[in-house]
Design a binder for this molecule. Structure first.
Ligand code: PMP
Ligand code: GLN
Length: 383
């Protein structure tokens, strides 16, 4: 049959997790924690399941959860939001991203992504009839960090550009934005009137004392922005698929026209439970940077004597390792060979790029318990 997405196969996450399972390998590929959400949050879900919260939730999300998200954004990002007109609960960030792209992109429009780019953006642009323009992140020669090259972004903007899709903290490189980056982006929005879609699912996972630069912080960016996040990363519950999309009222009204036919409503008892837990325990997300920084540091110190080289990630729960001192094999075949022969599964970075960057990097998820990280590192150190 004719395909609307001719160049798309099964996602690399599905492929690598399946291979890891078949080989009995330690799975550091697809990003999900090996540990459970907080017990109190699980108890709240049980409570709501038994209290009758089992029918359709309102299309825009239960009010208490939208209120809790508004309270968090006011506290952390200084943005006062109207939960009725500016916040919509979604079926994971994936649905929020998809619906925002369908809201903005029309046939023949262009959307810009930064490579390496999370894999769901470009197919959603294609389904909307648009064209994805890939701008590579630059590796700063001074410190080896991935950064946006703002001049290169400006050069990529044309008459048909409608949307720039950002993702910071960045999967897979762990890069963050700075306040100066927000100013550079604001200058571009001022000159062009382009819309922004900011995937901030790792908003609470930033390291070394850095602050997450949400687009919500900036008065010039906010009026043009859809900001999408997910409870999956924050509460160790990627399987629940609950997230949200924040945008100014006129943009939210359009967004909801798409959202109501994409998923209609999101799982009811979990929304109530998340609302209570967010209200009761704001320290959960305050403590997340330290929690994950310890895991990053422990993984990095476990592999420091291996033949892999790296710069510690600045955010997210992923660490890139450079294997160029081990082999010059391409990353997809090396990731598969490592899974089969060594027993550690990872994600090759080139699959996130339109043009393979020609470097030798694999992404490892460190949202795992200590024993798993130790076993994986031992195998990697034996290479
Ligand atoms: N964006 C990025 C950058 C991600 O890494 C992920 C998945 N981990 C998602 C979106 C999707 O989030 P969700 O599982 O809430 O749909
Ligand atoms: N976001 C997760 C990752 O980057 C996986 C999501 C998925 O399986 N599609 O690993």
């Amino acid at each position: 049959m004719d395909s609307k997405l001719p160049n798309v196969g099964t996602t690399i996450f599905t492929v690598m997790s399946q291979l890891a399972n078949e080989c009995g390998a330690i799975n550091l590929s697809q990003g999900f924690p090996s540990f459970n959400p907080p017990q109190r949050l699980l108890d709240l879900i049980t409570h709501y399941l038994n209290a009758g919260a089992n029918q359709y939730a309102p299309m825009q999300g239960v009010p208490s959860l939208r209120n809790a998200v508004a309270a968090k954004c006011a506290r952390l990002y200084g943005r006062s939001l109207n939960p009725d007109t500016e916040i919509t609960v979604c079926t994971g960030a994936t649905e929020g991203l998809f619906s925002a792209i369908q809201t903005i992109v029309r046939s023949g429009d262009e959307a810009i992504v930064f490579d390496p780019a999370y894999d769901s953006y470009a197919p959603a642009v294609t389904l909307a009839g648009g064209h994805t323009v890939h701008v590579p992140l630059a590796i700063d020669p001074a410190d080896g960090e991935y950064r946006v090259d703002w001049d290169r972004l400006r050069d990529a903007i044309g008459k048909r550009t409608r949307l720039i899709i950002l993702n910071f903290p960045h999967n897979p490189t762990g890069a963050n934005l700075t306040r100066r980056d927000l100013d550079s982006l604001a200058a571009i929005v001022r000159d062009t009137g382009i819309y922004l879609l900011s995937d901030e699912v790792y908003e609470h996972i930033v390291f070394d004392g850095a602050e997450h630069q949400s687009l919500l912080r900036n008065d010039e960016l906010w009026p043009r922005s859809f900001v999408v996040s997910s409870f999956g990363k924050t509460y160790h519950a990627t399987g629940w698929k609950v997230g949200y999309c924040i945008a100014p009222p006129a943009m939210t009204a359009e967004f909801r026209k798409v959202h109501q036919f994409t998923c209609f409503a999101v799982i009811t008892p979990i929304q109530h439970a998340l609302a209570d837990y967010m209200r009761e325990t704001p320290q959960h997300y305050d403590e997340l940077p330290a929690f994950y920084q310890e895991k990053r540091d422990s993984f990095c110190s476990l592999v420091k004597d291996s033949r892999f080289t790296f710069r510690p990630a600045q955010g997210t729960f992923f660490q890139l390792l450079d294997y160029s001192h081990i082999t010059r094999e391409d990353d997809v075949s090396y990731a598969k060979r490592l899974t089969r022969e060594i027993g550690v599964a990872s994600i090759p970075v080139s699959v996130f790029c339109e043009v393979p960057p020609g470097n030798f990097k694999l992404r490892f998820c460190f949202a795992k318990d200590d024993a798993m990280l130790e076993q994986a590192a031992e195998k990697l150190c034996n290479l």
